[in-house]
Design a binder for this molecule. Sequence first.
Ligand code: ADP
Ligand code: ADP
Ligand code: MG
Length: 539
Amino acid sequence: MRLAVIDEKKCEPKKCGNLCEKVCPRNKLKEKCITIEKTAKINEELCVGCGICANRCPFGAIKIVNTPEKIGHLVYRYGENKFSLYNLPIPKKKVIIGLIGRNGIGKSTAIKILAKKKEIASENFPTLLRVYLSEEKTISYKPQILKPVDIEKIDKSIIRELNIKKKPNYSGGELQLLNIGLCLSKEADLYLLDEPSSYLDVVSRLKMANLIKDRLKDKEVIIVEHDLVILDYLADEVYLLYGSPGVYGVVSTLYPSLRGINSYLAGYLPAENVRIRGDRIKFDINLQEDLKLEKLISFSNLEKKRGDFKLKVRGGEIYKNEILGIIGPNSIGKTTFMEILAGKLKSDKGSVSCKSSISYKPQYLYPDFSGTVEEIVPKSRAFKEQIAYPLHLETLYKKNVVDLSGGELQTLAIALCLSKEADLYLLDEPSAFLDIENRLQLVKILGRIIKNKPASIVIVDHDLHLLSQISNRILFFKGKPAKSGYAEIIRTYDALNNFLKNFNITFRRDPETGRFKANKAGSQLDMEQKKRKEFLSLK
Ligand code: ADP
Ligand code: ADP
Ligand code: MG
């Protein structure tokens, strides 16, 4: 049921004297389970997965893994030697189920099978799944790739709640809301929502989540989500998808949401005895405000008019080694401010004093390079170790830049931005299209950058965990989207607290992982925190 896998880059038989070959119990029986060529080779037929070689290897080059055939049922394969999916999530009445996992691990494939957009490969399913699939269900499905939607087909009350207006052209966020609105307008037994948060700002994410909670209480719901705050807020139970992106994906057993998300963060799935990551992730809120207080940039009160939109930013400064987070709804002037900082746009009033070199990742990305990823990235060892490896960028090296998916292109853009020598890194919505794993890694990389060099970072994002973990302070935007924006720098805690106050939601922190958990409205904790005006409790 288990198999040894060799990382050939780590294997150095000359330095260990072929240790694995000597300790293997099958080799001791004169069988050729492990042989040494340039590196060690393990015969899959003979290997019993005992793990002795893995334990003895001084370079950690051998890993013991569970093979998917033994943990699950093959439900779908795109073709020979192409991606295979093992197991399927099974919807449950009156339960909102979340799917968590990296990009390319099979979440959309699973959703499409349940939506009956794909035929399944095998009759050989466990009873529960066969019974479920044989039932007649009406289905409403919001695909990951958005479609144009006729606003007239959406329930009027949903239009009002989501505050969507009829227009000749819709932005990504508006189109997402229309797609979600249409999905929720249909009467069905099963609702499938594939990445409803993408393109949505932090305000619309909570609105979307509230709408799903209210309207789909009695239904079967499955939702794919990378924003852990939203996922935890919505999902009662979760399936974790693991495996090897692009190669195979396995759907775990169903976990209660708390235990499932925490297991994912811990990197270990107890029910299947599978390790999905070497290290454990813990969320800390960054409350360190008093940095060295050496200014990198200062700006006076700024004003900028863009069409009908007017932005005002209260004067402030960015310190050396600081990460300044930016939070606010869409169309409130965040990108405009970034462009002013980057020197791409001039303010009408006020100015930025800045002699620093800047590396800028814009919000919208266009692949404008005709070669492969490998040709465009730096070759240095530091880049490989500190940026490419944690972001799993090396798996993309052979792909053409123009063929990358949204999440892959984002990962590349972040890596390139951070690889440049600069005093100030500007990142506009880096978590857009990133999977949960790369979001977790991004936090680590950014933390390491400001620790190791005299650099500062300004980051616009909609993922509350990401922002609260890394921001020393926050530029907080208020106003009326597309009309007027007003921003000033405040303490990270005050920004989060104000934001939650506007929604009348209270959050506590999960003791095991530090992540945010919404209190149930009207619960004792909720009422106590509201009385103390502590919408985010730090305990
Ligand atoms: P996720 O939703 O978790 O990002 P998907 O289910 O979209 O993942 O895709 C899983 C894997 O299947 C990906 O690696 C993708 O390359 C592969 N895949 C998707 N569609 C096809 C297809 N039509 N032909 C071959 N492979 C595909
Ligand atoms: P955010 O980044 O917060 O979503 P932006 O700074 O991109 O907001 O945009 C703020 C407002 O300015 C929006 O209403 C947008 O339509 C408007 N705007 C942005 N760029 C231009 C432009 N080049 N010409 C006219 N209006 C613009
Ligand atoms: Mg923007």
